[in-house]
Structures are given as structure tokens and as C-alpha cells.
Design a protein. Structure first.
Length: 130
């Protein structure tokens, strides 16, 4: 039996598809995991760990956030800066300081450039952003 469940998460529509007779528990667990990850990594939720890090500049983070930041910094290094996880200020300067649903579809909301290439250090689970 094919079963579907859709919900919004991470700024997009998520659709789960299972081929199983018993699916409600699996759907509930998958949806809960998306919610958990958004509580860690959403820049649009003021209470998320990532938002707290962006606000305070330092955070004793969960293992998930520390791992993802470490992977993102490694990707910046491996791509010579073509991929850069330190674009928060540049996004805000360009008008992406709100969800994609709220950004005008006709182009950038504002002119201006923010800095990228910021310094980030990770010591265990402690993350510091310069």
C-alpha cells in the first residue's frame, strides 16, 4: 500500500512516500525529525541553535550543529570559498532577512553587500563566529 504525507519544512513542501501497510508511525517519526532539525538549524526561527549562534556569536552547540558547521567549513576549504557557510550578513544585506515566502519575486529587496568569508572556530561543541 502506497501512502503519502505532505507538510512544510525548511522553506519548502516536503512529501513523504512509503510503500508499507503500517505507515502512520513512520510518517510521524520522519516529520518529527524534520521539526527537530529545524529547531537546530533554521535561520528563521529565533529560538533555533543557529539563530542563537548568529545572535550571540558563540554557542555551546549540539553535536548536530557542530558537525554540520564543521562539514560546511570543510566544504568552503575544499571549494576555495565558492561554497561559504558564512553568508548570513550578506543574505540580510540583500534583503533575505525573512522567509523566501516573504521575499518579493521581482528581484532583490535591497541593494547592498555583506561580508562573506567570516572566521568560525569549533572547539568540541563550542562554536565561535567572528
Amino acid at each position: 500500500m502506497i501512502a503519502h504525507r505532505s507538510f512544510r519544512a525548511m522553506g519548502t513542501e516536503i512529501e513523504l512516500v512509503l510503500d508499507a501497510n503500517s505507515h502512520d508511525t513512520a510518517f510521524d517519526r520522519a516529520e518529527a525529525e524534520f521539526e527537530r532539525l529545524e529547531q537546530v538549524m533554521s535561520r528563521f526561527r529565533p529560538t533555533s541553535e543557529l539563530s542563537q549562534l548568529n545572535e550571540a556569536g558563540t554557542l555551546d552547540a549540539s553535536a548536530d550543529l557542530a558537525d554540520v558547521v564543521g562539514l560546511a567549513l570543510a566544504a568552503r576549504e575544499e571549494t576555495g570559498g565558492k561554497f561559504d557557510p558564512t553568508i548570513h550578513d550578506a543574505l540580510v544585506a540583500a534583503g533575505y532577512d525573512r522567509t523566501f515566502d516573504e521575499v518579493a519575486p521581482t528581484g532583490p529587496a535591497r541593494d547592498g553587500a555583506g561580508a562573506c568569508g567570516g572566521g568560525v572556530t569549533i572547539d568540541g561543541h563550542r562554536i565561535e563566529v567572528e
